[in-house]
Design a protein around this ligand. Sequence first.
Ligand code: HBI
Ligand code: FE
Length: 278
Amino acid sequence: MAGETSHGLRGDYSRMRPDYSVDQDYDAYTPEQQDRWRRLYHRQMERVPGRACDEYVAALGGLDYESGIPRFEVVNEKLGATTGWRLVAVPGLVPDLVFFEHLAHRRFPVTGWIREESEFDYIVEPDIFHDFFGHVPMLFTPVFADYMQAYGRGGLKAERLGALKWLARLYWYTVEFGLIRTRSGLRNYGAGILSSPSEIDHAIRSPKPRRVGFDLTRIMRSLYRIDDFQETYFVIDSFDQLFEATRPDFTPLYRELARLPDVPANGTEPGDRLIRLD
Ligand code: HBI
Ligand code: FE
C-alpha cells in the first residue's frame, strides 16, 4: 500500500473518491505487516497504564486491537454507537480543507498503510498505527469528540480568514501533544504522544520540557518541533475546559495574534503558569 508518488506523499492516491476516501483493502496487508502491528500494539500497551488519561484507557479496553490491524467496519460499529463518529480510510495525508471537512462532519480520516520495519520506533507521517492507536480511542469521549468536530468547523473558517497557521498550533498542542492534569498526576491525551514508545513517558515524567497551563492565545503563538520530543507541553485540567475555552469565535483572537510575536518552541512567556512534576 505504501509507495512514493510524484507529489512526494506516501500511499496510493490513484483510486480515491473526491473526498479522498478509499476502501480498506484488508487482504492486501501481508503477514509481516500484521505481525508488525501486533508488535507495535504490545509494546505500546505496556506503557499505557499510568501514562494515558482514564478516558483513553477505558476506550482502548473496548477496542479489540491485539489480534491484528483493525477493520474499519468493526471499529465504526462501536464508535458510531458511542459518539456518532465514523472513521474513513484515506491514502495518507490529505489537504487541510479535505481534513477539516471530514472532521466537521464527524468523520476521522485514518491512513490505510502501516510503517516499514525501519520506522518501527519513529515515523513523521501518520500511519495506521498512529491513527488507530493514538487518535481513535479519544473519539469515544463525547466532549473530546465534540471538540474535534468544532476544530474542523473552525478550520474551514480559519482558512477563509488566512489564520490556519495559528489554528494548526492548537491541533498540535492539544490533539497531538496534549497533557491533562488528573488527581493521579499528569496524563497524556495527545495522539502523537500516545502512539510514541518514548515520548509517552518523556512527556509526563522528564524534567526537561516546559509544561504550561492551557492558554489559547499562548498556544496559538507557539512554534513547534516536528522532528523531536516537544520542548513545551500545554496542560488542561479537563476536556470541558478545553471545549469551553475554544468555543468562542476566534476572529478577534486572530486579529490580536497578527500583532503578537511568535514564541519559540522552547520559549517561556511572562504569563506562563508553569506546572511542576509531582
Ligand atoms: N491528513 N490523513 C491526514 N491526517 C492528518 O492528521 C492531517 C491530514 N491533513 C492535514 C492535517 N492533518 C493538518 O491540517 C492538521 O494540522 C490539522
Ligand atoms: Fe495525528
